[in-house]
Design a protein around this ligand. Structure first.
Ligand SMILES: Nc1nc2c(ncn2[C@@H]2O[C@H](COP(=O)(O)OP(=O)(O)O)[C@@H](O)[C@H]2O)c(=O)[nH]1
Ligand SMILES: Nc1ncnc2c1ncn2[C@@H]1O[C@H](COP(=O)(O)OP(=O)(O)O)[C@@H](O)[C@H]1O
Length: 211
């Protein structure tokens, strides 16, 4: 059985990663979504094991010590990390998985899974990015300023990614990501399709009969 493909959706805070991922999950129910562990407190409406596995700092450090995380990063004062076993199990079952994580963590995943597909989500403008963070209403002004300065540094790492996708409209961003997923499957099919084995044997047979 073919292993699944690993997709990583990254980009600055407030660009719409969570929103686009949620929309993508509705459109592509067969795509598996990795639930991260974090030390940040749950926001209203968030549930343990659904949005995140909410951990104390001690529990999180223990996960790091047990090598239970594929990657982890400290982001604006909290730890975030991807549980390793779930990702490996999903890929070995032949299912595609998507990680929605910040930029440093994504680059660490790239070191371990260079064959992964790395997608950077961009805002239509910096002004729109700020409006989205403010509009979400989850952050104090101090934290908004911090997230915006981190965002500018992060956008400078865009060249390390395979694809850039603008999140001007949620549906358009989803369609672009769906197109990337389809294209990556086509690429792999091109490498692995049994037609090439047939062509190889035929060419070898023809070469043999010419001698
Ligand atoms: N490295 C890493 N980043 C993560 C992980 N899970 C979530 N993040 C990122 O951490 C950042 C902060 O997440 P959160 O506090 O939920 O805020 P929001 O995504 O900006 O609403 C976002 O950029 C997330 O994509 C993870 O497992 N690893
Ligand atoms: N294409 C879009 N157009 C307008 N608002 C958006 C769009 N995508 C996301 N948003 C809004 O921007 C805010 C931040 O989105 P969110 O998914 O929480 O970002 P992230 O997960 O990248 O931090 C939310 O209030 C969300 O509703």
């Amino acid at each position: 059985m073919n292993r699944g493909l690993l997709f990583v959706l990254s980009g600055p805070s407030g660009v719409g990663k969570g929103t686009v991922c949620a929309a993508l999950r509705r459109k592509l129910p067969e795509l598996v979504y990795s639930v991260s562990a974090t030390t940040r407190s749950p926001r209203s409406g968030e549930a343990d094991g659904v949005n995140y596995f909410f951990k104390t700092r001690e529990q999180f450090l223990d996960m790091i010590a047990r090598d239970a995380l594929l990657e982890h990063a400290e982001y604006v004062g909290n730890y975030y990390g991807t549980p390793r076993e779930f990702v490996e199990k999903t890929l070995s079952e032949g299912k595609d998985i998507i990680l929605e994580i910040e930029v440093q963590g994504a680059l660490k995943v790239k070191e371990k899974f260079p064959e992964g597909v790395f997608v950077f989500l961009l805002p239509p403008s910096l002004g729109e990015l700020e409006s989205r963070i403010v509009g979400r209403g989850t952050e104090t002004q101090d934290k908004i300023d911090h997230r915006l300065s981190v965002a500018v540094e992060e956008m400078n790492l865009l060249s390390k990614y395979d694809y850039a996708v603008f999140n001007d409209e949620i549906d358009l961003a989803c369609s672009r990501i769906q197109a990337i997923i389809t294209a990556e499957h086509c690429k792999r099919e091109r490498i692995q399709h049994k037609l090439f084995d047939e062509l190889k044997s035929l060419t070898a047979a023809n070469n043999g009969s010419e001698r």
